[in-house]
Design a protein around this ligand. Sequence first.
Ligand code: C3B
Length: 819
Amino acid sequence: MPKNGQTQQFNKAAFQAAVEKHLTTTYASTDETATARSWYLAMGKALAEISTGNLLATEKNLAEQKARSVNYLSLEFLIGRLTGNNLISMGLYENVAEAMEEMGQNLTDLLEEERDPALGNGGLGRLAACFMDSLAAQEYPAVGYGLHYEYGLFRQSFVDGRQVEAPDAWRGIEGYPWEVLRPELSQEVSLYGHVEGYTDENGVECRRWVPAMSVEGVAWDLPIVGYDNKSVYPLRLWECRSNAPFSLARFNDGDYVGAQYSALEAGNVTKVLYPNDNHDQGKALRLMQQYFHCACSVADILRRHEAAGNSIESLSELETIQLNDTHPTIAIPELMRILMDEYKLGWESAWEISSKTFAYTNHTLLPEALETWSEALIQQMLPRHMEIIFEINHRFMKQVEQTWPGNNEVKRKLSIIQEGPQRMVRMANLCVVSTYAVNGVAALHSELVKRDLFPEFNELFPGRLTNVTNGVTPRRWIKYCNPGLSALISEKVGNDWPANLEKIAGLEKFADDAAFQKRYMAVKKENKQRLANWVEENMGIELDTDAIFDIQIKRLHEYKRQHLNLLNILALYHRLLNDPTFDMHPRVFFFGAKAAPGYALAKDIIFAINKVAEKVNNDPRLGGKLKVVFIPDYRVSLAEILFPAADVSEQISTAGKEASGTGNMKFAMNGALTIGTMDGANVEMREEVGDENIFIFGLLVDEVQKLKQEGYDPYRYYHADSLLRAAMDLLETDEFTPGNPGQLAAIRHNLLEGGDPYLVLADFADYVKTQEKIDAEYRDQKTWARKAILNTALMSKFSSDRSIRDYANNIWKLEPVSL
Ligand code: C3B
């Protein structure tokens, strides 16, 4: 197989003919009438012809070889634009650029026509996308299963500084050129109804679900193109349709209109992605989404397994199912139901198969994100599943009784059912009990999962709880988004580093090379210019690329502490205006973040940052030293411009709260220095780059816990620190909201009267001091360049290829299969 080159046979004339054909027959355009968008669409369709062919070939090969596969179940895949990335994976970027040029089209411009498929909220969804890329790059047999939302994550704009949400019709009216409908894979999904007992023909007592209605699941495949190989794996997204929908009960009752109506409701199942990140909202429609996703996916896995001629008993030998967080947990009782009620296996045999098939990844310790579902709701929508969950719990409680006889306290704690005025099903407990492996997503996080979240489970199931540290794909997050740096890396270490990121360590020996430092920093400067141009064109703010570009991009959440960043900005503002001895290197603070529409304080923080930005960016007294830019509608395609342009990466969550973080890795690979707490993967990044090459500050996990136990008093910090007081008090004035004092006071109130749940005030002084250190060190450009180069060179651990190898070797037991 050709490596590091063109992996697809490319016939330019045939490709151009395919583009012309799609322009005419698919998009009804002529060369004269075609817009940039129709050219992009036609080109996408022509490319999808190649990827679809390879997808089918891969599918066939894997079935024939009876290869063991992983099924990655996730409610979110935040894939971002596919065209540029797929061109790189196919090795066709230059060929297609040339082919399009001959047709009078500029590839770079056409790529800008693609709308981001934003089928995820943040880190969890983006991780799933990086993992699919790494599975395909290393040819570990895999299918990604998700939902085909009609509307992805909302589009964000600012109106007078406040976030406004608009629907995201990511497919446009023409549809997305890369996706292919697979009508032959459609599934019927049942809902509601009741359970009945019956005696089968052998006299055995059985149970069966008599559903009240059903909907149709239709499969769309998006191609996950293997980098530098021919394999293409499906990202299979289920769309709910109710084109032949009916409510049996109501229909039979003669309630014709009512029957249609509830079916219409079910037709909404995949209408929109829930916009919550690290927060469980507990809505019935969300449970329906989860079950719809699981029912279609499990049925498809069984279909594949059987079609390849395998027995149901061998399911766990050939298939493993990874649950991305608890969102697809209902797949567990669904598989148990099918094995028992349809395949007629007894409980023990069904459990033997099911518990060896599923594995679960925990992505958060935040209590508000740990999913629970009301027993009543599950009982109503999925009565047979509730019965099975009860039985799993019943058997599990017996096991707990054996280990801790008579200990009701531990039973209450471990039970899958949480007692209370409304009984709730704890999905994480169900996962730990019913899977063969449970992993956290960074070393520190996995330790906390064992120590704080599930200590008794760890005792009960030794070895089940493990760690797989997250990673990111170097294809999208270096090669594609940072061509300047990529060329420089290839020149020094050869061009096979995108698939073998260990090679990047070869840059280490150039860290002190003055000529290399210069070129490395010149690339950084170009990337900063590219971002500055975007900001000028889209926001009308002029930026100086000699300033430090300091960037915090992630979902808006109190625990991520964008408001700590804001307080430092307010402190700088205060000092610039009031302390004549104070000097600072010019700095631009960038933010990009969406707030969940129902998260009031997060929205207040966005508003405050925007208001401070308005004032600061136009205040001549600051001499251009301080700028604040809140990039609207932060998304993958903007991330691709932001990461390469950063000097400083903000990773400032309260220790113990950010499970891993993955933006931290993208920044460091692209040569930004991290200011961060000892949280998530920051800890392992520090291990890799060394303490001198990262700026660590703040309380440690145990210090956070101790302070909270002792009774944390934010006022103590407020009264003791005049700079903190000055920054906080600015929030009460009308400094940034002329004529309207108090508009920003909610944040101050939350931090003082609200008890400052994420210890912003406790970490403020150390944060400010560490930012001053960065200011001083940036002035020595040689030392800075050295540190930045070392960050790039020492990030190989954080390739998602390594994460996937860890999963494949330690959990899934998968072997690569090449096409
Ligand atoms: C996130 C965590 O908050 C991040 O620390 C982590 O890096 C990623 O997952 C990937 O593991 N996460 C999320 O985006 N959504 C959740 N519901 C839970 C965790």
